[in-house]
Design a protein around this ligand. Sequence first.
Ligand code: NAP
Ligand code: GCO
Length: 265
Amino acid sequence: MNMKDFSLTGKIAWITGASYGIGFAIAEAFHAAGATIVFNDINQDLVNRGLAAYQEKGIPAHGYVCDVTNEEAVQALVAQIEKEVGVIDILVNNAGIIRRIPMIEMSAADFRKVIDVDLNAPFICAKAVIPSMIQKGHGKIINICSMMSELGRETVSAYAAAKGGLKMLTRNICSEYGGHNIQCNGIGPGYIATPQTAPLRERQADGSRHPFDQFIVSKTPAARWGNPEDLQGPAVFLASDASNFVNGHILYVDGGILAYIGKQP
Ligand code: NAP
Ligand code: GCO
């Protein structure tokens, strides 16, 4: 075993929606492993915030504004990255949104919006980078899936439909392009403490913990929420040559939630 297989030296990694949160932590780890970091976000304010955060960590990241649901904009961004930075070796489809609304109260427009960002956009971004990966003879695509790729719960019908679909898109990219030495895998984070899940952790008026917060801690054998940093090692592994025969796999990084039936009452 050559430990250099875990290195990302010389690789160019594009992480979508990586101004903060999970995407930022993955980018930080990729930089530590030797990769050049490219990220995009939905508006200039977020990109500026991201650039400042990367600079503070001493990471020379390239930041761009791009809505990943816009195929024309994504194709133009990939062309610009190839010109300004180089051909992308690693794509992480991280940008995502959630709407927590009971299904029978949810508008079709809201449902479509979630599917657009969480499922259509990973298709659009993967489609944009695969041709150059084929030419280069290798490529890594990591799709950020979810517990909701496997489980349902009240209020997240669109998110679960999208993340379940993203699991199958992952397997299909593997099936279709594995022969070109492209590995497409997913990471299924458990419940991670980021702004996206902040409403589920808010303190109650009386200072007690949110019931959902208590529920998640009791459902997680690790007995805690995850941190974005918990995803760093798995992401580096799936981006590196150490995982060259791992394809179409969803790596759940959930503190054991999916393995556990839950505490008996
Ligand atoms: P997040 O709040 O989901 O944000 C990711 C970033 O994507 C944000 O900067 C967001 O901008 C951006 N974004 C949204 N729509 C976009 C678009 N159309 N084009 C470009 N960028 C866009 O952050 P997170 O919690 O770190 O989640 C990252 C990923 O992990 C998501 O796919 C999420 O579903 C997934 N995930 C999260 C958890 C968790 O517990 N946090 C667990 C499992 C999976 P805005 O700030 O403007 O929205
Ligand atoms: C929710 C949460 C989840 C997590 C995550 C779990 O409302 O249930 O937001 O969906 O963010 O995706 O893996």
